[in-house]
Ligand binder design. Sequence first.
Ligand code: KG4
Length: 300
Amino acid sequence: MANEKAVYKPPIGMGIVPNEAADSHRKNSEIVLKNSLEKSGLKIEDIDLISYAAGSGLPPCLLVGANFAKDLSIRFKKPLIPVCHQIAHLEIGLLKTKAKDPVFVYLSGGNTQIIAFVEGVYRVFGETEDIPIGNCFDVVAREMNLPMPGGPEIEKLAIKGKYVELPYVVKGMDVSYSGIATAAINLFKKGVTKEDIAYSLQETCFSMLTEVTERALAHTGKEEVLLVGGVAANKRLQEMMEKMCGSRGAKAYVVPAEYSGDNGVMIAWTGLLAFKKGWKPEFNDLIKPKWRIDEINWFK
Ligand code: KG4
């Protein structure tokens, strides 16, 4: 578990610039590998297989990791395992908590999905129809001149805020966040305080997710919820999910903060799982930028 990382930070006031992020990955690959070998006390020759995130994600960034991994696998004659980024978030959650067969609530800057494992596939029971929740927080935070990533800043400000009305958008099992982001930005421009925007954003966005997650529990008959992805670190979200679970005799789990955001350990661990069960991807390309979790036969 040498969870070494070097995280790209976008320029102030901007979102991710894909080619800049890819450059940053390129500059940091060797050093992150060196640090993780040092931390684990292993040599590259001791490693049994090389895993990398094949998708989903931004193509220039995925290609840096994929080519680096491929090069290592050829040089040191180790098997090369492409890993689905989304499955890795779920599997590290299962590894690091006592959850056995939960409804997963996967929330990050790039994804918002309610997922459960049913008949060999991680099925998506609900998801965002437009932007992911982390992106919604980041967009609003940027308009309010807060540092990036915006989610933790929104969480801090929300403690002192009170409720102002924002649209609450649940459509069946799906949610929608882009209209909420626009409404929040408009309220800010009209003079509503950052604290009130932050509080109302959290209350609205998290309530929508809690409602959909409860329905997924009822539908699947599962009795656990597991929060994963960067937004899982949010204490107010954890509190809401715990209350909802408590009221129906279910249990809520949260992936430890060190593994909630993107990390290399989750890719390595999921590669190991894939290798052990002889899983093979159904494509020949090195990366799959639009890979969806529910198109993967992930037999257990
Ligand atoms: O999973 P992650 O590290 O990266 C990907 O997006 O794949 O998630 C990052 C997202 C960002 O949008 C960030 O603002 C959000 O997670 N985030 C939070 C918190 N910590 C990180 N959102 C709300 N509350 C937090 N405490």
